[in-house]
Design a protein around this ligand. Sequence first.
Ligand code: ADP
Length: 388
Amino acid sequence: MWFLLFIVAVAALAGLHFWWRARFNTLQGQRVAEIETSQRRQQQTAVDAKAQQQVLFNSMLEGLLLLDRTQKIYLANRSFKNLFGLKVELRGKTILEALRLHELDDLVKRVQVEGQVFDYEVKLPDLSERWLQVNAAVINNSAGEREGTILVFHDLTRLKQLERQREEFVANVSHELRTPLSLIKGYTETLLDGARNDPAVAERFLKIIERNTQRLDLLIQDLLTISALESGRMKLELQPVNLHALTEKILGDLHTKAENRNVVLMNEVPELTANGDVNRLDQVIANLVDNAIKYGRVEGHVTVGGKQLEDGRLEMFVRDDGPGIPPEAIDRVFERFYRVDKARSRDQGGTGLGLSIVKHIVQAHGGEVWVESDPGKGATFFFTLPAA
Ligand code: ADP
């Protein structure tokens, strides 16, 4: 009996043991699976976060550089690589190894001491004269220990170019204004000092004063036109413009000026109708013909012509048979205040702004303007316009 009870007890215990093990294994299995799922989820979240971070960094317009605590590159975004024209892997390199820029290396050292440096400007030693603005700061963890350094690069090149253009423009305008003003001032003083008592001298001086006043007036008018064109304040009043008739009217206006230099003016423009602002197109053709008379040869010929291009646009030209434009000046004559021969331009009452105004007006019509010249044989200015 006792033996039977013993056998039953052992069997029950063994059963309990196996049931418990099976249950334990199942629980253990579930637990392991749960841990694995959670780990996988965490890994996926980390991968997603890293991918998002990468997309964010690479979509930044600013160049971004992260250095680790040993000041080696940990991350460089796409804009940074584009700014420096780098295609190689930068991770693990120092700034000097990657960029060979001592100024940036100095900046990183400075940031370690000062904690942050803002608005640091660096000029890249390449030929295109590029400027960068760098903001840099150290990164500390929650325990206050240094984790690395972050540098953000902003391309300042365009801003610097605009700044330089503005400075040049102001300097040029001041210079252009000063020349006639000082002549007016000088001759007025001489007249007041007694020259007015000699009628012949007085008349000569007054004519000089009058000429320079006109020059100032022209200059201010041209400056106002340029400013309106550049700021986009000047709105074109588009309408069908008969280019033959417009040329005829302009050649009539400039007839006396041409006669003074014995220049023959010819209108070879066929019946073409442009879609343009008649007053502005008048200014374009008049400026080009006026230049052709001024800078062409005495007893020369100035021809205005045009044709319809295959793509439907109209192409006009103004040709003279004067000394032409030297090759080095061809690309520059449309710049504000650029003159091939300064003294000649001033003698002729030029402001140095005529071709710049021409270019702006043609471009505002969606056209292009250029010049071709065979030095010694003349210059031909071309421009395109949309047809009506
Ligand atoms: P400007 O007021 O001096 O005439 P523009 O902008 O009209 O200014 O012209 C710029 C310069 O281009 C002139 O000073 C002149 O040196 C040159 N230029 C313009 N047209 C001609 C031309 N037909 N032949 C030779 N040189 C020209």
